[in-house]
Design a protein around this ligand. Structure first.
Ligand SMILES: NC(=O)c1ccc[n+]([C@@H]2O[C@H](COP(=O)([O-])OP(=O)(O)OC[C@H]3O[C@@H](n4cnc5c(N)ncnc54)[C@H](O)[C@@H]3O)[C@@H](O)[C@H]2O)c1
Length: 337
């Protein structure tokens, strides 16, 4: 039986840990062997062959070690590690070191270790809608030019250029997914500017208060601020799909794909919370308008043309925020979130 060796960097994070689980359930990834790496000790899902490695990926030696495990050279790398938006904005040098320099080291390891093993490694990189900034059309299309206005988006765009060039040169088989904001994220609030978009659902569903930094009350017009989002479950489907798309299906000039998402407003999120969990849950959301946060989130595009991504086979959430909140409530009740 053929073996699939998959390396996930950032495997201790939100999406990395969900991905390990999703790969285990993917019938098109036979005899899975996972290499899970993160600066914090990653956890392997039960019933899967996995090596967990605590590694600082700003160190080339530690990166090389990920390609030299007993499982051999991976056939696929999901490159997910990183410093999130607010974190890389507040600490520019750390953001560059982790989000750009270390990803270049991983790309080079994939290039050279892959070549030595006679293997073109699939390199799947998670980019973000933070690559966009400046004046934008109402709807973002694949040919909309990305002009980031923050360190996080700049770093993502810089890496996209490397992944595309390494792919063009035949060093790797790159796939770049520009992700919507993923809601609802479990666990503690993150260093992402968008963190509150999960917090205003997550905390009330757990009986806790949450601060909404947009608007000062439920009547504030600021709550009509729109955002481009996707659920964790659809995102995981798409992470798996990205691995199976035949290379020739992508545009010849770029491997960038804006993953499908949907538009929600902060008000629609709160309405979904009330519908799923009632007025008492909604009362747990407190308002403290933060002009900086509001400015950054307002600068992100909130409407995309999904047709290229859907044509490639990617999945899209149906039904808006309500099913997303319902799913998260089930996860909380099952002790999974
Ligand atoms: N969650 C979202 O809404 C979203 C949206 C757009 C893009 N993304 C991208 O998806 C990827 C995963 O996002 P996430 O939400 O799981 O983030 P996360 O913060 O939960 O996970 C990132 C992981 O990277 C690890 N990491 C940081 N520095 C490291 C280092 N020097 N060496 C090794 N590991 C290090 C962290 O420990 C963490 O576990 C990131 O690249 C992120 O930029 C996420």
């Amino acid at each position: 039986m053929s073996t699939s060796v998959v390396l996930i960097t950032g495997a201790g994070g939100f999406l990395g840990s969900l991905l390990a689980q999703a790969l285990e359930n993917d019938s098109r990834t036979p005899n899975l062997h996972l290499i899970l790496a993160d600066i914090v000790e990653p956890k392997a899902p039960p019933n899967v062959k996995a090596i967990t490695i605590k590694a600082d990926l700003t160190d080339k030696t530690q990166i090389n070690s990920l390609f030299e495990t007993g499982y051999g050279v991976p056939d696929t790398v999901y490159c997910l590690h990183g410093i999130m938006s607010r974190g890389s904005e507040d600490n520019f040098d750390l953001g560059l070191k982790v989000n750009v320099d270390s990803v270049r080291f991983v790309l080079d390891a994939a290039r050279f270790k892959g070549a030595a093993a006679g293997r073109l490694i699939k390199f799947i990189f998670t980019s973000s809608l933070a690559v966009y900034g400046g004046p934008l059309p109402d709807v973002i299309k694949p040919d909309t030019i990305a002009t980031p206005e923050g360190a996080y988006g700049m770093g993502k765009l810089a890496v996209e250029l490397f992944v595309n060039e390494y792919t063009r040169r035949g060093f790797i088989d790159g796939r770049i997914m520009r992700l919507p904001t993923i809601v609802v994220r479990p666990g503690a609030p993150s260093a992402a500017t968008s963190s509150f978009m999960s917090g205003i659902i997550r905390e009330p569903l757990k009986g806790l208060e949450s601060i909404c930094p947009i608007g000062n009350s439920l009547d504030s017009s600021e709550l009509d601020l729109a955002a481009w989002v996707a659920s964790p479950s659809t995102t995981m489907k798409n992470f798996i799909i990205s691995k199976h798309i035949p290379a020739e299906k992508f545009f010849p000039h770029t491997r960038v794909v804006c993953l499908p998402g949907f538009t929600t407003t902060i008000r629609q999120e709160l309405e979904a919370l009330e519908k799923v969990a009632g007025k008492e849950a909604l009362k747990l959301v407190k308002f403290k308008d933060d002009a900086t946060n509001r400015r950054v989130v307002s600068s992100w595009p909130a409407r995309f043309d999904n047709s290229y991504a859907i044509g490639l086979g990617f999945a899209v959430d149906e039904g808006g925020m309500v099913p997303v909140v319902e799913q998260f409530k089930k996860d909380v009740e099952a002790g999974l979130a």
